[in-house]
Write a new protein. Structure first.
Lengths: 113, 112
């Protein structure tokens, strides 16, 4: 079955960067967009952007341009999201999804000194 | 950005009863290709969101027929009949017609 396995929780210092992974299995990785979604504590969901593994094409929410970088490694069916210049506002759970129909378990990022 | 207004914020229901959640968009969700990209998700406590309904009224694989979606243009509804304990959690609508994709603010379905 379709599975998206995300990397574990991260505790990072303000101003640093964090890179998280999302390993896909159970389907042809290059055939579906991978979207990333942010959920701040107790709040709703925000779409960050998406990447098409076959071509590397991306679409972003303007709010996250310059904050998030999306990449893929087709050889391992893994998608990555790097968040840069972290602040407390970036503390959240981040989900990867396969075209918004299958979701990873989420990765918690805490930004604290 | 398209604003998705979801009501109510909280919805107490009795087990076995019916629930209805509304989602209104600030602009039409009809795509230039004629499709309407409005979807519904359930996030159970401590879990990731799961897709229930896609493109207004299509139940995703494995979703019971107690869940139904309807609507058009800017006005959409999710109905849950014969509510069961496993239905409790936060419900979200999502539009993917326009970039950026945007979610509703959520409706918490809880036991009355």
């Amino acid at each position: 079955q379709v599975k998206l396995l995300q990397s574990g929780a991260a505790l990072v210092k303000p101003g640093a960067s964090v890179k998280m992974s999302c390993k896909a299995s159970g389907y042809t990785f290059t055939d579906y967009w991978v979207s990333w979604v942010k959920q701040s504590h107790g709040k709703s969901l925000e779409w960050i952007g998406e990447i098409y593994p076959n071509s590397g094409a991306t679409n972003f929410n303007e709010k996250f341009k310059g904050k998030a970088t999306l990449t893929v490694d087709k050889s391992t069916s893994t998608a990555y999201m790097e968040l840069s210049r972290l602040t407390s506002e970036d503390s959240a759970i981040y989900y990867c999804t396969r075209s918004l129909d299958a979701w990873g378990q989420g990765a918690s990022v805490t930004v604290s000194s | 950005d398209v604003v998705m207004t979801q009501t109510p914020v909280s919805l107490p229901v009795s087990l076995g009863g019916q629930a209805s959640i509304s989602c209104r968009s600030s602009q039409s969700l009809v795509h230039s290709n004629g499709n309407t990209y409005l979807h519904w998700y359930l996030q159970k406590p401590g879990q990731s969101p799961q897709l229930l309904i896609y493109r207004v009224s299509n139940r995703f694989s494995g979703v019971p027929d107690r869940f139904s979606g309807s609507g058009s243009g800017t006005d959409f509804t999710l109905k849950i009949s014969r509510v069961e304990p496993e239905d409790l959690g936060d419900y979200y609508c999502l539009q993917s017609t326009h970039f950026p994709l945007t979610f509703g603010s959520g409706t918490k379905l809880e036991i009355k």
